[in-house]
Write a protein that binds this ligand. Sequence first.
Ligand SMILES: Nc1ncnc2c1ncn2[C@@H]1O[C@H](COP(=O)(O)OP(=O)(O)OP(=O)(O)O)[C@@H](O)[C@H]1O
Length: 234
Amino acid sequence: MSLLDVVDLDAGYGDLQVLSGVDLHVDDGEYVTIVGPNGAGKSTVMKTIVGIATCLGGSVEYQGTDISGLSPEEVVRERIGYVPQTDNVFPTLTVEENLRLGAYVLDEMPTDRKRDVYNRFPALAGRTDEDAGSLSGGQQQMLAMGCALMLDPDVLLLDEPSAGLAPDLVDDMFDRIDEINEAGTTILMVEQNAKEALRRCDRGYVLANGENRYEDDGDSLLNDEDVRREFLGG
Ligand SMILES: Nc1ncnc2c1ncn2[C@@H]1O[C@H](COP(=O)(O)OP(=O)(O)OP(=O)(O)O)[C@@H](O)[C@H]1O
């Protein structure tokens, strides 16, 4: 049993089926990435795990329990953190207010977690009372991750964390993700920046047309001639 098991998953939006028979697993402590072309269904895998997209068949199991019928709020209570690709902070609320909302399902604001988030992302610590919308793109992405980390998640789902960042910030973002994983949080990440994601992760999946195409450790996928030709631009 893995920490997270996606088994023969069919999923989509309403009647529209996007995923067909997707299998994926993430072990405790692992860093797993999903890559593939635009529209492959990568984000839909994440959205199905967190209860936003519709599971039409198969299952999502977390610590051996089927969670495919849970609402997004129930999934968060299972300590599955999720950072969507866009609109992942409230721009008119302050940094501090965003972090409080990250912990909204908890009965009490966890002060230790907040301190940990500020230690991890010092750029946020000096801007606690500023509106999230006034932060740079990179800082907003860090705040979005901070909100998810407020729950002390066992696993963090990251949907294209490098999207929209200036090139010099992309490496920094990947370094932060490495640090979060090294501190013990399991990572499942979707990335357009496929080469860098595969370099950083333990294992990767290539999805295309809503189906599994390749699965291997990151370096093997990076060095696989077919994967390179079909999906990594040679
Ligand atoms: N809310 C939605 N309602 C209906 N169809 C959707 C919705 N979100 C995504 N889709 C469709 O599902 C398919 C897969 O989209 P998805 O966002 O999962 O792909 P992706 O691999 O993450 O691509 P990208 O890299 O472009 O984000 C696409 O055809 C997309 O148009």
